[in-house]
Design a protein around this ligand. Structure first.
Ligand code: SAH
Ligand code: SF4
Ligand code: F3S
Length: 449
């Protein structure tokens, strides 16, 4: 598998968050530069890469299941190489386990740029190639990358996390927070616009603290304003915002933006101040409510979404009720809800009073029932409104229809032809459900080409 040999195919299984989606694009770029091509049928690929996530036990389990399946296939195709990277690979116990299982190459999040060299070492006869950097090095710019097709691109603005929320493994798998230089981000955004991308999502574990450690004073609000000035980028999204770092300047910048989408993903995690303290989140429910009020006052029509965890160690029934109460008060447009999952090495793993699975399940169910009812109510309230959507492509559930997204990140399903993909359209919302809206052409204009 070098530029001089036969054509070869690779397949990448990507788990976890948008960071991993973006990392997989870079891996694909690196492999293409070595003469590889994407093989959609994984079982026929010469090289299989697992880009893994360790945020919850369930995420790891999915990976182990699929890995077992492909190690069996490898038995009948001895030339096949299996490489294991991503967040799970930063955990020494995982590395030992997958080595024993029969993985050929292991690489971490801090050294994915070395993937071609590691593959080369394997070819030179090293049967097991394991190289995982425990710490990050300098940010490496301009790595090749093969972006996923479409009009929307992910752009890293920073890496790592310094927050050490007590339940979370990410600071251990992604290292300390560091920001890319504004000029490097600008160059990438301009290149994306020139390539026809219309939407970008700026990525960071806590975008609100972007800019710390840069030689110049330049914060996330400055970065958004810069991105908003680039011709061709019609929609600018960003994720994730931490409630403790939501500045007035940032809210005002979003409010005054042209193409800055009115959607803020700002996870609350839990509604009880006691739990928030033990989670090491550095804000109170009162602070969160004030922040939401300010955001809604200054950014009309904004959507606010959240992540919520039930069953954090020591969470009493009363604490949980406080989460429900916050959900009712805030009325999130959408929320990702999780059962707490113990991550070895984190502070919360050492806390007493771990909650049993049955209680966690019951709480998750109640939380979901409430959140879904609220989302459905909000979406029903959209009926009759005119929304601008960016068309994404045919609906996954009904191929005769198309889907698009509003600026507030709501999915709209409508009748239209596939040529519309990538276009901005005005639609009238005809129906609102829990997870999506239905729409039709606005202004009497046909959206059938
Ligand atoms: N940096 C982002 C994303 C972190 S991971 C943020 O701060 O929001 C995405 C979500 O996974 C978190 O927001 C949290 O709700 C959830 N999560 C993280 N660790 C978890 C754990 N150990 N158990 C359950 N959910 C967890
Ligand atoms: Fe994890 Fe907290 Fe960092 Fe998000 S902010 S990645 S939840 S430690
Ligand atoms: Fe998972 Fe790593 Fe993202 S743990 S959520 S893939 S940063």
């Amino acid at each position: 598998m070098s530029p001089t040999t036969e054509p070869w195919g690779y397949h990448i299984f990507t788990y976890g968050c948008q960071m991993n989606v973006r990392d997989s694009e870079i891996m694909a770029g690196l492999l293409n530069s070595q003469g590889g091509t994407l093989q959609n049928q994984a079982a026929l690929a010469d090289l299989i890469i697992f880009n893994t996530c360790s945020v919850r036990h369930s995420a790891e389990n999915k990976v182990y299941g699929k890995l077992g399946e492909y190690l069996k296939i490898k038995n009948s195709r001895p030339g096949m190489i299996i490489a294991f990277g991503g967040c799970m690979a930063q955990i020494p116990e995982v590395v030992n386990r997958v080595k024993r299982m029969g993985v050929d190459i292991v690489f971490g999040t801090h050294n994915l740029h070395l993937l071609p060299q590691l593959i080369e070492r394997h070819h030179q006869g090293h049967k097991k190639v394991v190289e995982v950097w425990p710490e990050h090095g300098e940010i490496i710019e301009a790595l090749p990358s093969q972006r996923n097709p479409g009009w929307s691109a992910f752009v890293n603005i920073m890496y790592g996390c310094n927050n050490y929320c007590s339940y979370c493994i990410v600071p251990y798998t992604r290292g300390r927070e560091r920001s890319r230089r504004p000029q490097d981000i600008l160059a990438e955004l301009q290149a994306l616009a020139a390539d026809g991308f219309k939407e970008v999502t700026l990525l960071g574990q806590n975008v609100n603290s972007y800019g710390q450690g840069l030689p110049e004073a330049f914060d996330f609000a400055d970065l958004l304003a810069m991105a908003d000035s680039i011709p061709g980028l019609e929609r600018i999204r960003f994720t994730t915002s931490h409630p403790k770092d939501m500045s007035d300047k940032l809210i005002d910048t979003i409010a005054g933006g042209r193409n800055l989408c009115e959607h803020i993903h700002v996870p609350l995690q839990a509604g009880s101040n006691e739990v928030l303290k033990r989670m090491n989140r550095h804000y109170s429910r009162e602070h969160y409510l004030e922040m939401v009020a300010k955001i809604r006052e200054r950014i009309p029509g904004v959507a606010i979404s959240s992540d919520l965890i039930v069953g954090f160690p020591g969470e009493t029934q009363a604490d949980f009720e406080e989460t429900l109460e916050m959900v009712e008060k805030v009325r999130f447009d959408s929320a990702f809800t999780f059962m707490y999952s113990t991550r070895t090495g984190t502070q919360a793993a050492k806390l007493p009073d771990q909650i049993d699975l049955r209680t966690k399940r019951e709480r998750l169910l109640r939380l979901n029932q409430l959140q879904y009812a609220i989302a459905a109510e909000i979406n029903r309230g959209m009926e009759g409104k005119i929304e601008e959507i960016m068309v994404e492509g045919p609906s996954k559930t009904d191929y005769r229809r198309m889907t698009g997204r509003t600026r507030t990140n709501r999915i709209v399903i409508f009748e239209g032809c596939p040529d519309l993909a990538g276009e901005l359209l005005r639609v009238k919302i005809t129906k609102g459900n829990t997870f999506s809206l239905f729409g039709e052409a606005a202004d009497g204009k046909s959206i059938m080409k």
